[in-house]
Design a protein around this ligand. Sequence first.
Ligand SMILES: NC(=O)C1=CN([C@@H]2O[C@H](COP(=O)(O)OP(=O)(O)OC[C@H]3O[C@@H](n4cnc5c(N)ncnc54)[C@H](O)[C@@H]3O)[C@@H](O)[C@H]2O)[C@@H](O)CC1
Ligand SMILES: Nc1ncnc2c1ncn2[C@@H]1O[C@H](COP(=O)(O)OP(=O)(O)O)[C@@H](O)[C@H]1O
Ligand SMILES: [K+]
Length: 514
Amino acid sequence: MKILSAQQLAEADLSTINKQQISSNDLMERVATLVFERLHQRLNGSPVPVKIFCGIGNNGGDGLAIARHMIQHGYHVKVYVTNCSKKRSPDFLVNYDRIKDVTNEWPVLLSCKEDFPEITPQDFIIDAIFGTGINRPVDGWMADLIVYLNSVKAFKVAIDMPSGLYANTAHKTDDAILQADHTFTFQTPKLSFFLPETGQYTGTFEVINIGLDPEYLMAAAPIAQLITREAAQNMYQPREKFSYKGDYGHVLTFAGSKGKMGAAVLCAGAAINAGAGKVTAYIPEDGNFIMQSSLPEVMTVESEGEEYITDFKNPIENAVLCIGPGIGVKKYTCSAFAKAVKEQSTPIVIDADGIQILAKHPELIKDIPKDSILTPHDGELKKLIGEWDNSYTRLEKAQEFSKKNNVILVLKGAHTITVAGSGQYVNSTGNPGMATAGSGDVLSGIIASFLAQGYDPLTAAAFSVYLHGASGDLASQTYAHEGLKASIISNFIGSSILQLFRNPAQEQQAQPQS
Ligand SMILES: NC(=O)C1=CN([C@@H]2O[C@H](COP(=O)(O)OP(=O)(O)OC[C@H]3O[C@@H](n4cnc5c(N)ncnc54)[C@H](O)[C@@H]3O)[C@@H](O)[C@H]2O)[C@@H](O)CC1
Ligand SMILES: Nc1ncnc2c1ncn2[C@@H]1O[C@H](COP(=O)(O)OP(=O)(O)O)[C@@H](O)[C@H]1O
Ligand SMILES: [K+]
């Protein structure tokens, strides 16, 4: 699903009005009806006191139209308008008149702090103050209103955007932004919904298809893509009946050291669980027993070093190298890393300590094969690209790094973002239970596995990130967030592939692989 900017969405509105030969108010009415239907489904005629706060632009117009529908269906609605300027939008004005026709009284105008109504925890608040048209921080008594609404316990639903939040630019830390419990957003989710400083304001969110011009949407170059279940389904490559293990590639993990053999086991295990034809683990000598007894499917080749990998003699032709988990950053390991990376001619996966080594030895970056995939968490990313001011500059710096060095960066987080040049692919799966030791090692093993199976590097990265999160989501249904651990996530990879193609009726409790 495309993620469009606020400007593109405004253009899409205009294009819709022109192509569908409707007025902007017809579009607003369509939007308000769709939101009302969803509210009505949930509230089901409940006599809950509803308080709708409307701005004076089109977001406020949406709020007034929603209020009218609710009043006509018998809800107990009080409407407030933030009377901050005389520049009311034409569609706001149309709906301002229309609501009076229904209630026989004008909405309550708010002009200062003293006008704020009393709100009880039982109230149901609808925030239609600002939407995508916000272009500067909210200040004065309007900021006080947002702070006041945030301070009350009532349930809050935001229309299109939590007021004060920008769709695709950073805000300052002290800006007033409404903290919603739920957000109904229109046509596409906004990039800010997925970034850590801004995503928290939406609460849960749902995207309502408001029928904007399909031609515009098709042609628009997105600022990012959301990797949804449908997108992941399209990436999946089913197997041929007469295939054999040689068709599904060979992953060579270069991972582990004394005390960190678990990282190697998790990485190689995930590569096998995600379908690689063969997996060989290149490990320090002392790790052999651990690896062989943990993973009977995985072959091993030992480095000369007993506790650390100290050297590299390529044991397998045409394997996909997955290098870094748990290797440490000792000098001789760095030399072995440098040699291993230099000898590769096809894309590899670099994770964890491998990224730390690259950051310490930037001269090695030129030896990384084109389209290789680096999977840093934020601590590793900072070492690679330096500090950033906010999530948007983080993305810009990652894009620069990706373009300059011809690599794909998988920026791990609650919504992992895969950056390939100027392309940004936002993941939609995963949960906080995945914030557990070793879950990154599982991810790098999955990516190497799909690379080995012939997926192109960008698809391998985005698809693996989706499946990794989906495995965590499925596993959390059995283990809760707290009970999740990396090996369990790995054991749910097969279930998450099955889940991709289950229809809703078949979606019962999924079972892990043994
Ligand atoms: N064609 C339409 O009428 C449609 C409108 N839509 C709604 O329209 C919204 C966008 O509407 P608008 O572009 O009118 O913008 P908003 O309603 O978000 O903002 C209203 C106006 O407030 C002013 N403003 C911006 N920041 C401010 C600040 N910090 N303090 C005070 N004033 C500020 C701006 O001049 C802006 O035009 C969407 O979010 C959506 O809710 C949707 O219903 C889709 C269709
Ligand atoms: N709150 C969260 N929501 C969703 N996914 C998360 C969350 N926290 C962490 N993850 C995922 O878990 C993995 C953690 O990786 P990483 O930090 O490298 O762990 P480790 O080094 O222990 O293997 C990443 O794929 C990340 O996206
Ligand atoms: K809003």
